[in-house]
Design a protein around this ligand. Structure first.
Ligand SMILES: CCCCCCCC(=O)CC(=O)SCCNC(=O)CCNC(=O)[C@H](O)C(C)(C)COP(=O)(O)OP(=O)(O)OC[C@H]1O[C@@H](n2cnc3c(N)ncnc32)[C@H](O)[C@@H]1OP(=O)(O)O
Ligand SMILES: NC(=O)C1=CN([C@@H]2O[C@H](COP(=O)(O)OP(=O)(O)OC[C@H]3O[C@@H](n4cnc5c(N)ncnc54)[C@H](O)[C@@H]3O)[C@@H](O)[C@H]2O)C=CC1
Length: 308
């Protein structure tokens, strides 16, 4: 509950200067990590993408390549050779590693996009804090956890912030940049500049649950589940209604499958602990059942809908 009332009090002074981010280490090569890696590499940054196994990393690079090919199909419609050259040039900017510790040793920014679990994120950053250079900024792409809580596992509170991207990263223009009460102005400026270099539009937000977008999106999505569970509308009709009636590109069930039902469950379970009496966060039996069955949405081939 404390987190729900936590407000950033401003920036502390820092011993470090604003860091120009040239090399970025992205931990987590899933949907978000590979999308961020693609955009960072496309804008001339050197990227090391880290995940737990070489097999996962191979899949991540394949995803990046596939997404780049979608981009060049339009960008280089009349010049396929130039398009291929572009794909290869961008891919050259991406290296992979299954050793987060060594990847963090020569980097300007460690950006984490692993599972939405506070303890796992803290363990990762606590480990990397001992290995990364002093100037290196740490940032989390968390959807809903407290940046201050994640940062508390390190000794670089002034060089820690939130950098929240949106899915699919190559298409979505927004980045929420979050400084905590301990984040230095220099670190915040570095993260804002980095977001702009990626061609994104950054907004500044406070270290409160869901920042701006998810604070509004989570109750909306959960209400769609509850409406359906009460028998007041089929998934299909709810999705059509919100697309045609509210102008959203995807309805709440389609969007949930796109985000990943495991991530949504992590968020809801966490928020319910913080604010147990809030009806907006009441559990959804349907969501819990799908997650228990391993039906996590598009990434596993089935969620609210089937994709195979
Ligand atoms: C309880 C909730 C808690 C949530 C917490 C976790 C989540 C978060 O923390 C924050 C989030 O990210 S929230 C999710 C935000 N994202 C959205 O709302 C996406 C909504 N969907 C869209 O914008 C479009 O459907 C979309 C852009 C995806 C696709 O566009 P279309 O609908 O027009 O469909 P397509 O025909 O497939 O695509 C059109 C063209 O777009 C390009 N494209 C799409 N995906 C791409 C990708 N991944 N990489 C590269 N290019 C891509 C592409 O040009 C495509 O054309 P084709 O290649 O010819 O198909
Ligand atoms: N899915 C979405 O729409 C969005 C998700 N986020 C946040 O981004 C983060 C990642 O989400 P997704 O990419 O969707 O998840 P995902 O499940 O697609 O990918 C997570 C990746 O992290 C890897 N991983 C887990 N623990 C690791 C560790 N200790 N070291 C290295 N790699 C590790 C996994 O193997 C997996 O490849 C979460 O914190 C999520 O809340 C933020 C914005 C949007």
């Amino acid at each position: 509950m404390a987190f729900f009332h936590q407000i950033c009090r401003g920036f502390s002074s820092s011993a470090v200067r604003a860091v120009v981010i040239k090399h970025v280490t992205i931990i987590g090569g899933g949907q978000m990590g590979s999308g961020i890696a693609q955009v960072a590499a496309s804008t001339g940054h050197s990227v090391t993408l880290v995940d737990t196994s070489e097999d996962i990393l191979k899949k991540s690079v394949k995803t990046i390549e596939g997404s780049l090919r979608r981009v060049v199909k339009k960008k280089f419609a009349d010049k396929p050779e130039a398009g291929e050259e572009y794909v290869q040039k961008v891919l050259k900017n991406v290296s992979t590693s299954s050793d987060a510790g060594s990847a963090a040793q020569g980097t300007d920014l460690v950006l984490e996009a692993i599972v939405e679990n506070l303890q796992v994120k803290q363990d990762l950053f606590s480990h990397l804090d001992k290995l990364a250079p002093a100037h290196t900024i740490f940032a989390s792409n968390t959807s809903s956890l407290s940046i201050s809580d994640i940062a508390s596992s390190t000794s670089r509170l002034d060089r820690f912030g939130g950098l929240h991207f949106f899915n699919p990263v190559p298409m979505m223009k927004l980045v929420e940049v979050c400084g905590t009460s301990a984040t230095s102005q220099e670190t915040f400026d570095s993260l804002m500049n980095f977001s702009k270099e990626l061609g994104k539009t950054p907004v500044s937000c406070k270290d409160t649950p869901g920042f701006i977008v998810n604070r509004l999106l989570v109750p909306y999505i959960l209400e769609a589940y509850h409406l359906h569970e009460r028998g007041h509308g089929s998934k299909e009709d709810v999705d059509i209604a919100m697309k045609l009636g509210a102008g959203y590109p995807m309805g709440p069930f389609e969007l949930s499958d796109y985000i990943g039902l495991d991530t949504i469950k992590f968020i809801l379970d966490g928020w319910r602990v913080m604010d147990p009496n809030n009806p907006s966060f009441a559990p959804s039996e349907l969501l819990n059942k799908l997650v228990a069955e391993g039906k996590l949405g598009k990434k596993t081939g089935e969620g609210f809908y089937k994709y195979k």
